[in-house]
Design a binder for this molecule. Structure first.
Ligand code: EPZ
Length: 421
């Protein structure tokens, strides 16, 4: 077991090179199954979730090699349509392999994906959509057996909610299906566009990604390619936030403003000055952040739920009262107790969190509750007076590559300590 130890109170200053997006790499690694031959993915972050996805591909019969930030996959002899429970449990979003395995083999057997720290992670929308495309499901004893009696075929599908995962699973099932699939109320996140770009690189016929209606015409086969994963916008927001909460300045390299444009106005509302350039973003923080009266998480292009905890940490030391409304997940305030233990004044009632900014926070010993909640604790520790220790950092390592090294590079006093247990 490891922990992060942070000595707070130092304004961060310097350059951060942004790694590739976790929430883009995972569906694209599943999509690789649909492509014949060899696929090379560049700018693939070294994250535990990415390694877990590669283990699933290897179990299915692919040959995976990881060299630095490049993953090469050869879909040579696919020998299984079954993902064992141990591998399914390693990664929260392993259900993303369902559409790809079905699309490739016509059958798929997985353990029913459990919930996670954010609450139950139902997949009803995934299953209803895939059923419309000809898939049949049998759920028994926590197992999900999927078969396609004939061949997956196109369908007109309307998602009741613009679910990111359900949108991705439909795309993965549709690219090799027979005929046209029209997906209404599709998720519009930038990672959806990255997945569509990757699939088009392999020969898929997809249009409308990034909008609410995606049209896919099935083709006979897809071929391998070399593709560069987009930068991780949530990691980018996190590192901008680290400079903002410590009153520092940062240059974020490897991204432009576009993927983060739905949160940049909030940084400006807090008093940060932003200077976007074609391949980088500069942030200059004020001495003390201003509160943001209202933040409501919504599907893209609204404020991203993954940035909620990050902003809550910043607003905990802002001047004034901020009101946050979490509309996407039902249990995404688990980081509040840790922030309150550090001196934050936060009152939660249902989906609403009222944050009354305090001048300072105090270091404390806390445990990461989930990926973005853990990142919020890192930001709070960087701003706090004294020492903060964060345990359960495996949550953080799912989505941030070597977070302590990145923050040390901009002056953060943060180290990773082995607890020897
Ligand atoms: C993706 O999760 C991301 N994960 C999440 O990022 C992100 O928070 C989320 O999208 C929203 O943007 C990956 O991309 C790997 P959803 P996903 O399906 O696909 C409900 C992170 O921090 N729902 O859009 O699971 C669901 O319960 C992670 O990087 C159903 O009810 O999100 C949730 O309340 C966390 N039935 C809401 O929709 C379904 O069939 C949004 O879920 C599917 C979803």
């Amino acid at each position: 077991m490891q922990k992060l130890v942070i000595e707070g109170g130092v304004p961060l200053e310097g350059e951060v090179f942004l790694h590739g997006a976790k929430n883009s790499a995972l569906p694209i690694l599943a999509a690789v199954l649909l492509c014949d031959g060899e696929t090379t993915l560049e700018n693939c972050a070294r994250l535990t979730d990415v390694f877990a996805a590669c283990r699933i591909l290897t179990h299915l019969g692919c040959r995976c090699t990881i060299r630095s930030h490049t993953v090469t996959v050869n879909v040579c002899d696919l020998r299984s349509d079954t993902i064992p429970e141990a591998l399914m449990q390693e990664m929260r979003s392993s259900v993303i392999f369902l559409g790809a395995v079905l699309g490739r083999t016509g059958s798929c057997h997985i353990s029913y994906p459990g919930g996670c720290e954010l609450g139950p992670r139902p997949i009803d929308m995934h299953l209803e959509a895939l059923q419309q495309m000809g898939a049949r499901f049998h759920i028994h004893g926590g197992e999900l057996d999927c078969t396609v009696p004939d061949r997956l075929h196109g369908a007109k599908i309307h998602l009741p909610f613009p679910s990111v995962g359900a949108t991705e699973n439909v795309m993965l099932a549709a690219v090799l299906a027979k005929g046209r699939t029209v997906l209404h109320n599709a998720a519009r996140e930038p990672e959806i566009c990255d997945l569509a770009s990757f699939l088009r690189m392999g020969g898929a016929k997809i249009s409308g990604d990034g909008e609410s209606t995606i049209v896919i015409d099935g083709v006979e086969k897809l071929h391998g390619s070399t593709y560069r994963i987009m930068p991780d916008r949530i990691a980018g927001i996190t590192y901008l936030g680290a400079a903002a909460i410590t009153g520092g300045t940062i240059c974020l390299r490897g991204t432009d403003a576009h993927p983060m444009e739905n949160v940049l106005p909030m940084f400006e509302q807090m008093g940060c000055r932003l200077y976007p350039e074609p391949d980088r973003m500069h942030l200059l923080a004020p001495r003390r952040l201003h509160a943001v009266p209202s933040i409501q998480t919504m599907p893209h292009p609204g404020f991203p739920t993954d940035a909620q905890a990050i902003f809550m940490a910043m607003l905990s030391v802002a001047n004034g009262v901020s009101v946050i409304e979490e509309n996407i997940f039902e249990n995404r305030y688990r980081h509040v107790d840790a922030l309150v233990k550090m001196g934050a004044k936060i009152h939660v009632s249902g989906r609403i969190a009222v944050v009354t900014g305090t001048q300072t926070l105090s270091g404390a010993s806390v445990s990461a509750t989930d990926l973005r909640g853990g990142a919020a604790m890192v930001l709070a520790g960087l701003a706090a007076n004294g020492k903060t220790e964060i345990r359960q950092i495996s949550h953080i390592d799912r989505g941030y590559e070597a977070i302590e090294t990145v923050l040390q590079g901009v002056g953060g006093r943060i180290t990773r300590v082995d607890m020897g247990i």
